[in-house]
Design a protein around this ligand. Structure first.
Ligand code: AVJ
Length: 321
């Protein structure tokens, strides 16, 4: 192992990877899974039968479209700001309804990837040309800061997919606080939270027999191989999922099946693994009303309403400040 830590790194990815792999226990930050291949694998995950989250949220948006649309409306119409829009498949259910009912609104998808935004803009122009789209490239944080000064009419900030589940509670509260800071009194936050349920159902969603989630998890090592010139052999790692029904935390790991050394050239780092040593790679937090209520109140927000699927597997909450 390297004795003198580097003081400067080329990228945040390099620095975070270094920090995570010299830590005990080892970890990697899940946000780095999403390179081009990671995006594609996540699309595949959303199409798997085991990954119930997508269908549940789709069901909610389909079954409650009119009520949701109604709660969005303001005296001068409204602007939907969606953080992490992706391919917008689920959002389009809402947008189609809003356009048909001639609501006065704009759709402003925010994403770090200009490529994702360009594709979304293109499909929207084709499928519903009457919707006014203003894409916003950038980090959530920067965008929210900019939005704080924007107060001409009601804003609906939207975060779908239970994306908040990747954050520890303290980070989730900070994320919600950032959103709260950018909101005016009449603005709303519309956000999806995957719910606590039968532990087996949750484990199955993150441990599919086809191995797509395994490939998704291992893609992190492949990204390190490519971008940081490392020699991880992904065959020597096991994808392992755990779920703690007490805390509601699903945790993903890559477990080293053998004692091994990995060389990460660009970090000037040799990482040693004992047999069965772990790398923690992701959390996918599951919630209940009490926890959502607590997170919201810590961030100066209050639950105004919520919408659920038929099985109560998933909920979309409406928050106000
Ligand atoms: C995009 C964070 C909602 O945690 O359920 C899916 C990512 N990881 N399968 C989730 C994911 C493994 C997903 N989120």
């Amino acid at each position: 192992m390297k004795s003198t830590p580097m003081t400067e790194f080329d990228t945040a990815f390099a620095e975070d990877t270094f920090k995570g792999l010299i830590n005990f226990p080892k970890y990697l930050l899940s946000k780095y899974i999403y390179n081009e291949k990671g995006d594609k694998l996540f699309q595949k995950i959303m199409e798997m039968p085991e990954y119930y989250l997508t269908n549940c949220e789709k069901e909610i948006l389909e079954e409650h479209t009119a009520a949701i649309a109604d709660s969005f409306n303001g005296p001068q119409g409204f602007d939907i700001i969606e953080l992490g829009a992706g391919d917008g498949k689920k959002t389009k259910i809402l947008l189609r309804h809003l356009a048909e009912k001639k609501y006065n609104f704009t759709y402003q998808p925010v994403d770090i990837s200009q490529h994702v935004l360009d594709e979304l803009e293109e499909t929207l122009a084709k499928e519903m040309p009457q919707v006014e789209v203003k894409t916003q490239q950038g980090t959530y944080f920067k965008t929210l800061e900019r939005l704080a000064d924007y107060n001409t009419r009601k804003k609906i900030i939207m975060v779908l997919g239970s994306n908040i589940g990747n954050l520890l509670h303290k980070d989730a509260i900070n994320f919600l606080k950032n959103i709260q800071n950018s909101m005016s009194a009449d603005d709303m936050l519309f956000m999806g939270f995957d719910q606590k349920k039968h532990p087996q159902k949750i484990l199955n969603a993150y441990n599919d027999p086809a191995g797509i989630t395994e490939a998704f998890n291992k893609n992190h090592l492949e990204r390190i191989n490519i971008e940081l010139e490392a020699d991880f052999d992904t065959k020597n790692f096991l994808h392992w999922e755990s779920y703690n029904p007490e805390t509601g935390t699903a945790k993903s790991f890559l477990v080293s099946k053998i004692a091994q050394k990995v060389n990460i050239k660009k970090l000037d780092l040799k990482v040693s693994f004992e047999a069965w040593e772990t790398i923690h790679t992701e959390i996918s937090q599951k919630y209940d009303d009490a926890v959502v209520d607590w997170l919201a109140s810590e961030a100066g927000l209050a639950i105004e309403n919520s919408f659920s699927d038929g099985e109560n597997y998933y909920k979309n909450y409406v928050f106000r400040k």
